[in-house]
Design a protein around this ligand. Sequence first.
Ligand code: GCO
Ligand code: MG
Length: 432
Amino acid sequence: MANPKIRDIQVIFTEPDNIRLVIVKIITDQDGLYGVGCATFTQRPNPVKSAIEDYLKPFLIGAEVNNIEDIWQSSYVSSYWRNGPVLNNALSGIDQALWDIKGKMANMPVYDLLGGKTREAAAVYVHTSGDSEEEVGDQMQAYVEKGFHHIRVQISTPGYSTYGNKSAKTGNQTTSNKDPLKGPIPITKRIKNYDKNKLYAHPGGVFEPKPYMRSALSLFEYIRNRFGYGIEILHDVHERIPPILGVWFAKEVEKYQLFFLEDLFSPEDNEYFKMVRSQTSTPIAMGELYSSPHEIIPMLKDRLIDFIRIHISDIGGISPAKKIAAMGEIMGVRTAWHGPGDTSPVGHASNLALDLSCYNFGIQEYSIFGENTKEVFPGCPEVKQGMMWPNDKPGLGIDIDEKLAKKFPFKEREYGGAWDTVRRADGSMVKP
Ligand code: GCO
Ligand code: MG
């Protein structure tokens, strides 16, 4: 029987729980044989769709589905200029779908194609956040009682906005701080009737590094006093603070024994990780914003990070991710694939295939699937007792109910669905 070939490539947009998801479906010329892949770049879905439909589809129709690596390598350079989140998400959708097909042809789960299980399930971490330390602690208590052992903790900063907690009081509002001793007063409050529209295209509020760091350090102190050191806590700085303050912060948190401290710097400030490494043993996680091998390789080569936070579809799919994981293993760096709400359940299934098969697995981020999402994606990985479990079906073990997916078309979004525009008190931009 001839090797199956790609007959059609389809892009499916759906947002079952208010997050825009992009799925690729590869149909082969063998009846009933198809695969699904995640190409979700929630802030820019349309260019990803075009990169697939207008460029990769005509390039790949007729290709033999067996040859995943050759398809990946030839597609990667088919644009000549390469890397970046749009082209890599397009490539990821194709790549993950081809791994799904190969598993179905071999009648094996993808994790078996990648070398088999090194663990039965993948430990996950979940998100807590709140306006007060007690609120964060109570959320944490509830998760601990459900068997979770790794908890991300974020807290709002009185008078300012902050990442990970969009509370009405201090989240996306352009807040004003009344106490100048607690931090600068936002420019929108200093100048009467300041035209806020000049500053806030997509209001993400006002962020100031010192008040944020004081709130976070106080939260860690509270959590350790309330829960002790038996539970693992994680924290996401999400860039935002000037790099030298990041170096100071990484040292200050050492006594709280975080499982990891994430996105301490922006990718543009990768060089600062060398300073952190020589001054503290706080475990460092970085990578969700990387979309080129040039960003992650130096981090692994010099052991500048402890956890690879790469968003698999932003790096081009399972094929490149497994190579990065292998380099990580050789250098003593563990995986912690990005798993936010804007990774589709197909993307989570790809994360899980690597979590189970890679010896140097660290932890898996898990954003709880909404009810609609679980219905649109039959075979969603199951999470219980703080672990994500495979369903042992061939391929990625997940599908998309296209009829149901159509019931959740992309909603209109102002500002094109841009990421929050966060600014300092003086009105200057903050990343992100
Ligand atoms: C995380 C990430 C996300 C991103 C989001 C961007 O650690 O899960 O920081 O929350 O902000 O995926 O679209
Ligand atoms: Mg993050």
